[in-house]
Write a protein that binds this ligand. Sequence first.
Ligand code: PGA
Ligand code: ZN
Length: 437
Amino acid sequence: MTDTAIATAFAWEALDSRGKPTVACEITLRDGSTGQVTVPSGASTGRHEARELRDGGLRYDGNGVRDAVGNVNTVLAESVRGIDSLDQPQVDAALRAADGSDDLGRLGANAVLAVSIGTAIAAAAAQHLPLYRTVDDTGRAPLLPLPMVNILSGGAHAGRSIDIQDFLVVPMSATSFSDAIEICSRVRRGATQVLAERDLPVALVADEGGLGPILPSNRSALDVMVAAIERAGFTPGADAAIAIDVAATQFHTAGDYVLAAENGRRLTSTELIDELVAWSGDYPIVSLEDALAEDDWHGWALATARLGGVQLLGDDLFVTNERRLRRGVADGVANAVLVKPNQIGTLTDARSVVAIAHAAGYRTVLSARSGETEDSWLADLAIGWRTGQIKVGSTMRSERTAKWNRLLRLEAELGDSAEYAGAAAITTAPHPVVSAL
Ligand code: PGA
Ligand code: ZN
């Protein structure tokens, strides 16, 4: 047995940024190296995601994770003991085998992810290397991602004040990661000023640190975005563009898309696409996430045909799942995939989704969840896997800035030895790399 073999896994119940219980875990290797992780959790979760284990009962309204914690401390710890932490695929295969179910719902995807990520962090510590380097299997220069930053929220992240879930800013003119973050931070400030002038509440901060105003319509959020960009002193489109996470699954009922914030206006897939086409003509929109619902493959194909000039990003659609992404590629659906490690449950599976996407010429956006933690490993994954883009919420609140600050540090440290992905990451598709398949 090597010194980098896993000795113990020790888990406990911690809290996420929404104050909900989540699984924290420390992996210790035989040489004494450790890796600590606290896993995130979504609110607008897709039906096809890996399944978190929640206790039910009275504690935390049923959201306790003591069973998941117990599973780490017993069966999952046992399943990985003695495996070399440097062999992440073997560790993750052992975790999958221990669970035995497709969606990891038996022992809990939250329990499995904690051991998977904790192992990667411990392995980096054992090698005295930063995580972005130990997860890098591309052999290329580290790539700092283009950020997309949450400015306004509705939907499941802000009491459904509007139906569309998130309006984000994309810094187009920045030539470095730190300049990009400055643009986003200034637009966030601009949004606060614009809302305050319109007597709209600015004290209501949404789950990802964006603002959660009550607006008369979904479209009016786009007017606020443009005004916020201008207020910050930037030119909409040229300096700062708009990304939308429609999260359409959330308002898809009985085959229709129902806009509760607009007096229950009902739209078919085609009418929702018409609306998005109109918005894209009127506003500088560069990315549309979950434009249609998770199982509306037909609508998605229509959307791709009509809106393929912008980034069409599948979140609930693909759920970081290789099978669903391959179906999308085969059917010509979407052109980008959102990657959330906890949607699939292991680091190895998330990594292979990134590789498959790049091989197919799809863009990748690594993403945090609305329920986050103080961890920063997501930043290292974005750099090491060269995802090109990252989304972690606002430029405020520590669970968000933990990731930005890690990227800012790495930019400062790496200097010219790192590349910055820039706006090209969102405007041009990656060249398919067939060898990655
Ligand atoms: P979630 O939101 O973490 O609540 O799913 C993030 C997103 O939809 O992209
Ligand atoms: Zn989403």
